[in-house]
Design a protein around this ligand. Structure first.
Ligand code: ACO
Length: 319
């Protein structure tokens, strides 16, 4: 019987930091409003010319180094992203070339802010089936390029970044279980509706969102999927060492923790410094907590995400 385990983590944030104060000169907003409603203080923004695959490359290289692997060891690369470099080839193929991971198969997976959870679950299936032994799972986004910088209700919420894990075959679990869900009827509350047609970009090019509806939906499903993951493994809430949720809004995170009766000092929060980096947010938070020594080998960690689609899911991991 094969299991998968996280052998190494890595992440990358672009150099440029955009603070709430700096946003005050772009739109009618202020630090107090943004921080009290969202918990966000700042976000990182990719440099002109920097591509999602560049961010993914840095995060993936660090994950490989942490796992004591080389690119040549990798069997498969999955990149979760909503902001690939181009329509095709996939960001994963571009990353494969940049890394020199010549043996690796590669594809992108698009589930917006749940993308990393979907990708990690997919990688786990490939390892459990015995098809692959080492898989790079990356969440990478330049979401700030889908933002209308004159819309204060959305532009304050997002940032850019990338996170990665090297998942490898193991005789011990690792990933205990994963739980994926979707409901396409909620598409209207969060979308970028446009597309390329006949050489032109048609439809809305910017992210549009009904903030209140998204907020309520996120709190509901994150609570449900936490219970689902624990009960599938016959575990009590008290068994959890850490919750690492998608980093969209501190109030969503606090409400989820409350449902799990989990004190906030058992929740990894990076939303203050990173804002919402969509598919990158969970692996970024995981890598921060691994590198600062909070998340340690043997601990039980629940990763969970929710995002456009709507999609949501959770992965329970023994580190
Ligand atoms: N600065 C100042 N005022 C603002 C801003 C801003 N940046 N944005 C909106 N306002 C104003 C509104 O115009 C409104 O003014 P009014 O009362 O005069 O009409 C007032 O603030 C309240 O607006 P609401 O939208 O009701 O504020 P709310 O408390 O719901 O907070 C927010 C909005 C932060 C977007 C919240 O709904 C939220 O976080 N929702 C979740 C959205 C999210 O996380 N999306 C990420 C993508 S999905 C995902 O990752 C899960």
């Amino acid at each position: 019987m094969f299991y998968s385990r996280i052998a190494g983590t890595g992440s990358y944030l672009p150099e440029k930091i955009l603070t709430n104060q700096a946003l005050e000169s772009k739109v009618q907003t202020n630090d107090e409003w943004i921080y009290s409603r969202t918990g966000i203080k700042q976000r990182h923004v990719a440099a002109e010319g920097q591509l999602t695959s560049d961010l993914a490359f840095e995060a993936a290289s660090r994950a490989l180094e942490a796992a004591h692997c080389t690119a040549a060891d990798v069997d498969l690369i999955i990149v979760a992203t909503t902001t690939p470099d181009m329509v095709f080839p996939s960001c994963a193929c571009i990353l494969q070339h940049k890394l020199g991971a010549t043996r690796a198969a590669a594809f992108d997976l698009q589930a917006v802010c749940s993308g990393f959870i979907y990708a990690l679950s997919t990688a786990d299936q490939f390892i459990r089936s015995g098809n692959f032994r080492k898989i790079l799972v990356v969440g990478a986004e330049i979401l700030t390029r889908l933002i209308d910088w004159s819309d204060r209700s959305t532009c304050v919420l997002f940032g850019d970044g990338a996170g990665a894990v090297l998942l490898e075959q193991s005789t011990l679990p690792g990933i205990l279980s994963s739980h994926l869900h979707a409901d396409g009827s909620y598409a209207p509350i969060l979308s970028v509706p446009g597309n390329l047609r006949n050489g032109l970009y048609e439809g809305g090019a910017y992210l549009q969102m009904e903030g209140n509806a998204v907020f309520k939906f996120a709190v509901k499903v994150l609570g449900e999927v936490s219970e689902e993951a624990l009960s599938a493994n016959h575990l009590d809430k008290s068994a959890l060492d850490w919750l690492i949720p998608h980093q969209a809004n501190i109030r969503i995170i606090q409400a989820t923790a409350k449902k799990l009766s989990l004190p906030m000092d058992k929740v990894i929060c990076t939303v203050d410094l990173h804002a919402n980096t969509s598919a990158a947010s969970i692996p970024l938070a995981l890598d921060c907590a691994v590198r600062d020594g909070r998340v340690r080998k043997g601990q039980l960690v629940l990763l969970e995400g929710v995002g456009g689609g709507f999609t949501w899911g959770g992965v329970l991991v023994r580190m």
